[in-house]
Design a protein around this ligand. Structure first.
Ligand SMILES: Cc1cc2nc3c(=O)[nH]c(=O)nc-3n(C[C@H](O)[C@H](O)[C@H](O)COP(=O)(O)OP(=O)(O)OC[C@H]3O[C@@H](n4cnc5c(N)ncnc54)[C@H](O)[C@@H]3O)c2cc1C
Length: 414
């Protein structure tokens, strides 16, 4: 089989890239080791950046027809539930004064359905990457489907195979690949009609206490999702205390949540999946005609709520440069990859820096840092120009983090 582009991994980045390339008439093979797209067990935010990419592809309408919720704001509260700050999307002056939250498998299935309409795109699930080699003017890709070994020749190989990317290691692309200290418990659940107003409220809430983070948001009018931070050793402690103690803790933040979670099938702590969080920060995103996108290139801490959005933006830029240069042969392809990397890498380096800073401050249990953090949050609430910077940065369309002077201003205002 001969294709223009082979993509390993049908994540948000791979699906978006296959859509762009397929619509331009390029021959695309996309493989994914999963048997099908299944629920991730958590929700995700599609920021204005991701919405813009979907709009360009004419896919906003299908997105809005999926179960989702439009978040016009998020509320930050301290560990006792006292409000600290509201982050309002309308302050960002973007075309999208909201972020969409949803369960990501809905969006991925919608992208896949549209891909199936493109005759030049071949998508194979249950197909696991095995290896690749340089061959002639391109790349030879090997993968397994059941007990069959399959092979294709591609002009470009794209690794969208996630933070533990095998394409990356086989291509010899090196850099920092590490797991953050704290992980998260994550759970999605139905919200019954008779739940308390606090549980039913779809407003996204971040409770940030000393060494504690609890994040609850709506993924549709009828479904909710939470993340609960686990410091090292916390899971064992929670398991020892048992589910009732854990649910009581959540109930203090969101009255009525204990009852809802009991009724929606949660029986023991061990039922709640734990999600680790990784950072991938590479020296380069490519090696010859092999190039990485998404988490394979730059997995980042979810505090910036950007991973999926940045993967889609990678696809937009790589798609544009490949479509333009593909006809010029290997030299054009290398130009396309070089341009992609130089346009995309600086933003992800900035986001890594911001995510690390947020992680250090938000996840801290140190009383001095906690007191300063709360003062800065209150100060940002009182200073609209600073709230605006935060919301524009989180939208993914801009990058306007607080300067040291801004932080001092927020501290004094708080
Ligand atoms: C707790 C948590 C919360 C998050 N919240 C948000 C959020 O609110 N907003 C946001 O934008 N991002 C969020 N993210 C990040 C987001 O999930 C990722 O950045 C995004 O999914 C990355 O997409 P991707 O295209 O890189 O591919 P991935 O989603 O990583 O997909 C990789 C694909 O490659 C396939 N694959 C892997 N190995 C092979 C192989 N050997 N052969 C074939 N296929 C293979 C896998 O099956 C998978 O389908 C969050 C992440 C976490 C952990």
């Amino acid at each position: 089989m001969n294709v223009d582009v082979a993509i390993v991994g049908a994540g948000a980045g791979g699906l978006t890239l296959a859509t762009i390339l397929g619509r331009a008439g390029l021959r695309v093979l996309m493989i994914d080791s999963r048997k099908e797209i299944h629920p991730a067990g958590r929700g995700e935010l599609i920021q204005p950046l991701g919405l813009e990419v979907l709009e360009e592809l004419g896919l906003l309408k299908p997105l809005y027809s999926l179960p989702h919720f439009r978040n016009t704001e998020f509320v930050f509260l301290d560990g006792t539930g006292r409000p600290l700050m509201r982050s309002r999307y309308d302050l960002g002056d973007d075309r999208f004064p909201f972020a969409v939250s949803l369960e990501p498998h809905h969006m991925d299935r919608m992208l896949l359905e549209r891909l199936e309409e493109l005759s030049t795109v071949d998508v194979r699930f249950g197909a696991s990457y095995a290896e690749h080699h340089a061959a002639g003017e391109g790349i030879e890709l090997w993968w397994t489907e059941g007990d069959r070994m399959c092979q294709a020749h591609a002009s470009v190989l794209v690794g969208d195979d996630g933070r533990r990317s095998a394409v990356r290691s086989d291509a010899g692309i090196t850099g920092l690949v590490e797991t953050y200290r704290d992980s998260y418990l994550s759970w999605s659940f139905d919200c019954p009609e008779d739940a308390t107003d606090s549980v039913k409220s779809p407003t996204g809430r971040y409770f940030i206490g000393p060494g504690k983070i609890f994040f609850l948001f709506a993924v549709s009018p009828a479904r909710r999702f939470f993340l609960y931070m686990l410091a090292p050793g916390d899971r064992r402690k929670l398991e020892e205390k048992g589910l009732p103690a854990f649910l009581r803790e959540l109930d203090e933040w969101v009255p009525g949540l204990e009852d809802v979670l009991r009724r929606t099938g949660l029986e023991k702590i061990e039922d709640i999946p734990e999600m680790s969080v990784m950072k991938v920060d590479l020296d380069s995103w490519s090696c010859g005609q092999v190039v990485l996108i998404g988490d394979a290139a730059h997995a980042m801490n979810p505090h910036v709520a950007q991973g999926r959005n940045q993967a889609m933006e990678d696809a937009r830029v790589l798609g544009e440069t490949l479509v333009r240069e593909m006809a010029s042969g290997p030299a054009g392809i290398l130009r396309a990859i070089g341009e992609y990397e130089s346009r995309r890498k600086p933003r992800t380096i900035e986001l890594h820096r911001l995510a690390d800073e947020m992680t250090w401050i938000w996840n801290s249990a140190n009383p001095v840092i906690v007191a300063m953090r709360e003062k800065v949050f209150r100060g940002m609430e009182r200073t609209p120009s600073l709230s605006r910077k935060i919301v524009r940065t989180i939208s993914g369309l801009w990058f306007e983090p607080l300067t040291p002077l801004d932080k001092i201003k927020a501290f004094w205002a708080g």
